[in-house]
Ligand binder design. Structure first.
Ligand code: HDD
Length: 713
């Protein structure tokens, strides 16, 4: 099979336009002689209606915007490829999964859910993770998230969920935040959301980088092989750089300092050749095991613990090229869980079933035409022929007089493909049922996996969940909503509820309020059953924590280190750390009281990357204070103090050598540093190899969260 990796790039080239060395023209190709002045009746006279050049320019400008996505409006995208490392022909006939080494071009878009297009990257939110595979059999879209479960079990609640989390309708506040009454009002009446609430209150919701998140297909899907045998699967993608987060206080500060933090990080990494990479894997469940577990495979609020079904890695996803044009590619790309290839099919998950309607429908209003598949980024590399015709902005010029099937005038073309010729056929599932507006009882356990998730977390991660809940519910103005939430949290873990209650100055209610009192229909009216809690066959799973996550490695590739300098800095110290970092694929940035260059101790000069005004600790992974004659003078500098305080508070590695130590010892937190804190590295010797090695090793642990014990009591 031909290697497809570049086929999408070749396809896009047809539409690329480069204005280098070209004349400025109108949209009709007319060369423009003066683009600076409109046509007027006299130099000081009114503009003339006949100025078609002005009218064309302004009209186009007036219509530049399209509606943003109703959810996932804020996103960043990149091109790349998927390479098969472990073909699975025994499970699926999908062509792009058959041959080891086959590379299929992809475009991935990673997004937040609630915020508008211009909102901050660091909102506490789920991250959407959508991948379009341009396969030889047509486009296949894997439209997932960075969390393996969802808030609701049935698509009919999706508009309610989104209305609740979006800015409140009367005053359009708050932007890109769930910490407000309507969200928690809805959630407190939806016990089925409790598992997802644990995820969204965990640090998974504030990733350090889009490159350091897992991805999940969430629903159970089907794979079908050439013999028409089927298995159920869950898709997982696991980041090469491990799964890491920032601190919540840090996330909020990043939002102010650089609202494009994740977008920029992804862009810069790709530009620097640090290509983000994930392993793609599947959990495979034989159809015979459909009813084997204490949860229903069709329930999207449940995951399959990896202890029960391990993830088999089948390939790798690499993002290696930034888009040429954000609007043309990242904004106009249109995903749909219903874009399938032979060998992959849906399950009856009622959330997935509803999605199958929503995605095409939303593209019609967002992109404005059923011809959105013709937009270059959406165009399949497999040939497209059918009898769909016309519509707004049709690009294709279909020849001939036939636009129907069957036909004899066109020789029966385009003709249907047999299954053996790659024709798609849905899995031949037997369904024999009553028509019912309701839910299966097997969906009723709303707390079992929420408990599993909470119990799997390390103490530090549990404390972050408590703090996140205190923050979110602390912003809720209606006391009854807070109390209702405490009642639900108590059903996950009593201590969790009590700790949150302490922060809110409230009491955990003795018996939780029934959602049914608030318009949620009782059993039989809508099919809602009361929540139950089922005993879990797995009590704790390391795959669910970030800190103990088996995907973690101690690489520091692409990490950024702030080097705090003043006049008279030791050039040797700066060079020593910079070259050591570079060897590990990381980078040091000189930060000083002013930009330009800085005099060194031997009267040399080094370039400054940022001033304290344009940089901030939250934009870096670690801080180093090199030796310097005048470094202690920065003790008086408020911005430097805040820089170091934040680095300490956010549990980052801080290192200092020579006189650099003096500045570290002059901080307000110096007296709190414990000797056991391996994230603080001080050495008398200047520019030593040992220091650099120790500093880099310490960075490999990412954060020293245990430091928080003496920060917050
Ligand atoms: Fe959705 C966009 C992921 C449930 C309706 N969704 C969207 C995107 C992602 C997801 C990643 C952004 C795609 C892009 O970058 O363009 N959605 C999910 C996941 C879900 C989920 C993982 C549950 C497991 N979604 C869901 C439901 C519905 C929708 C239940 C409706 C019934 N989603 C949409 C949408 C969006 C969308 C309105 C908005 C923009 C778009 O589709 O293209 O159709």
């Amino acid at each position: 099979m031909e290697n497809l990796q570049d086929s999408k790039h070749r396809d896009l080239t047809k539409n690329k336009s480069d204005a280098n060395n070209k004349f400025l023209t109108t949209d009709q190709g007319l060369k423009i002689n003066d683009d600076n002045n409109s046509l007027k009746a006299g130099e000081r006279g009114p503009s003339l209606l006949e100025d078609f050049i002005l009218r064309e320019k302004i009209t186009h400008f007036d219509h530049e915007r399209i509606p943003e996505r109703i959810v996932h409006a804020r996103g960043s995208g990149a091109h790349g490829f998927f390479e098969v490392t472990n073909p699975i022909p025994e499970l699926t006939k999908a062509g792009f999964l058959q041959t080891k080494g086959l590379k299929t071009p992809i475009f991935a878009r990673i997004s937040t859910v609630a915020g508008s297009r211009g909102s901050t990257d660091l909102a506490r939110d789920v991250r959407g993770f959508a991948i379009k595979f341009y396969t030889e059999e047509g486009n296949y879209d894997l439209v997932g998230n960075n969390m393996p479960v969802f808030f609701i079990q049935d698509a009919s609640k999706f508009p309610d969920l989104v209305h609740a989390v979006k800015p409140e309708p009367h005053n359009e506040m708050p932007q890109a935040a769930s910490a407000h009454d309507t969200f928690w009002d809805f959630i407190s009446l939806m016990p089925e959301s409790m598992h997802m609430i644990m995820w969204i209150m965990s640090d998974r919701a504030i990733p350090r980088s889009l490159r350091m998140m897992e991805g999940f297909g969430v629903h159970t899907f089907r794979l079908i092989n050439a013999k028409d045998e089927s298995v159920f699967v869950k898709f997982h993608w696991k980041p090469k750089l491990g799964t890491h987060a920032v601190a919540w206080d840090e996330a909020q500060k990043i939002s102010g300092k650089n609202a494009d933090f994740h977008r920029q990080d992804l862009w810069d990494a790709i530009e620097m050749g640090n290509f983000p990479e994930w392993e793609l894997g599947v959990q495979v469940i034989p159809t015979a095991d459909e009813h084997k577990y204490e949860f229903d495979l069709l329930d999207p609020t449940k995951l399959i613990p990896e202890e029960l079904v391990p993830v088999t890695i089948i390939g790798r996803i690499v993002l290696n090229k930034n888009p040429d044009n954000f609007f043309a590619e990242t904004e106009q790309i249109a995903f749909h869980p219903g874009h399938l290839v032979p060998g992959i099919d849906f399950s009856n998950d009622p959330l997935l079933q509803g999605r199958l309607f929503s995605y095409t429908d939303t593209q019609l209003s967002r992109l404005g035409s059923p011809n959105f598949h013709e937009i270059p980024i959406n165009r399949s590399i497999a040939p497209v022929h059918n009898n769909q015709r016309d519509g707004h902005m049709r690009q294709e010029i279909n020849t001939g007089r036939v636009s129907y099937h069957p036909n004899s005038l066109g020789g029966g073309c385009p003709y249907q493909a047999k299954i053996s010729e790659g024709g798609f056929s849905s899995f031949n599932e037997r369904i024999d049922s009553h028509k019912i507006r309701g839910r299966s009882e097997s969906f009723n356990d709303h707390f079992g996996q929420a408990k599993l998730f909470f119990n799997s977390q390390t103490e530090v991660e549990k404390s972050h969940i408590v703090k996140a809940l205190r923050f979110e519910l602390g912003k809720v103005e209606t006391a009854a909503i807070r109390i209702r939430m405490l009642g639900l949290l108590a059903q996950i873990d009593q201590q969790l509820a009590e700790k949150v209650a302490l922060g809110l100055g409230a009491q955990v209610p003795d018996s939780p309020e029934k959602p049914m009192n608030h318009g949620v229909s009782p059993e039989n009216e809508m099919g809602n059953q009361e929540s139950t809690t089922v005993k879990q066959s797995v009590s704790s799973s390391d795959a669910l924590t970030m800190i103990k996550n088996p995907t973690n490695s101690n690489t520091i590739t692409s990490r950024k280190v702030a080097i705090i300098c003043n006049e008279g800095v030791s050039e040797a110290c700066v060079a020593n750390i910079k070259s050591a970092l570079l060897k590990e694929g990381a980078k040091g940035f000189v930060i000083a009281p002013h930009q330009g260059s800085l005099k060194t101790e031997n009267d040399g000069a080094i370039p400054v990357d940022f001033s304290f005004l344009t940089a901030s600790s939250v934009l870096f992974d670690a801080v180093y204070i090199p030796h310097g004659k005048k470094i202690i003078a920065l003790e008086q500098n408020e911005e430097v103090q805040e820089f170091l305080n934040d680095a300490y508070k956010h549990c980052k590695v801080i290192g200092a050598d020579g006189d650099g130590q003096k500045l570290l010892k002059a901080t307000s937190f110096a007296s709190k540093i414990k000797t056991s804190d391996k994230g603080i590295i001080m050495k008398e010797e200047k520019a030593s190899k040992d220091f650099a090695t120790e500093f880099i090793k310490a960075m490999g642990k990412h954060r020293y969260w245990e430091r928080e014990e003496n920060l917050y009591q």
